[in-house]
Design a protein around this ligand. Sequence first.
Ligand code: DAH
Length: 357
Amino acid sequence: MENLESLRSELNDAVGAADDLAALEDIRVSALGKKGRITAMMKSLGGMDPEQRKTTGQALNVLKDEIALAIETRKSALEDAELDARLMDEKIDVSLSIRPESEGSIHPISQTIDEVVAILGGMGMTVREGPNIEDDWHNFTALNIPPDHPARQEHDTFYLPGSVEERKVLRTHTSPVQIRTMMNSEPPIRIIVPGRTYRCDYDATHSPMFHQVEGLWIDEDTHMGHLKGCLIEFCRAFFGVEDLPVRFRPSYFPFTEPSAEVDIGCIRDGDGFRIGRGDDWMEILGCGMVNPKVLENCNIDSTKYQGFAFGMGIERLAMLKYGIPDLRTFYESDLRWLRHYGFSALDVPSLVGGLNR
Ligand code: DAH
């Protein structure tokens, strides 16, 4: 049997001198572990006579608790010191550049809008915006859309609650921003309007929320030749095909007269297609000369001014240019999809840098 007093002071000294957690753990094992010195003495109690067993047992228990407590106390002091040292050591340098793997990417919708703005902005058009929640007059009436037009029906359009005369509507196209701009500014007007639009539709090529870009150009001597030049140039720059065939096919929109739909040349093979010189056509946008009734609705003298307008779907442009087969994937927020189809934030589209990579 060791001398308890000298063991006590020896262990207390060792605990106090332990300067890391590993050294402290060694002391714990050597004293209180299965083969530790205090444990061995506990085991030897069985061979003592009852009186001696009682006094020595009590003294050993006191010693055991005392040493366990000393080890615990020293352990938390060492842990605190270690944390303090790490806090001093691990400073965060907020001026460091971000890690490459956490770099974000630009969504194809944003990229396509930037490209359209770069091309049409280069022709002198400026970006306008308007409210997503419209009234009936701006979305339909002022655009010469008659009361019985299918677009006004409940199953095509999201109406907000309210009486039929006063109810608001989630704009079904970006065209109401034409009206807002003409009501608020004098010609010449040269604007493009990228933005969200809403219709009750959902399948691989339709979504209840989608994006359009509207164009409006009004001046004293604007004519159909300007419309054609602008859109032919746009299509060729956007798709990066210098001799891309562009066709204007007569059509009807209440807000333009005459109206046309624009098709671009493509080559179809099997299920796929390629944009460019070929024997087939792909529709990409609607356009026309602004209907004089619309100018008059906005207090613009239609005997003095005329203009052209166009509207196109951003998702459709992006799907055609970047080969994205399903429109619904645009809104799924799937990071793998975004890494595949997204664009570098540092690669800003411009006519100088080139729109196509
Ligand atoms: N607003 C039409 C639509 O959503 C698109 C459109 C066609 C806009 C012809 C125009 C235009 O400005 O001239 O279907």
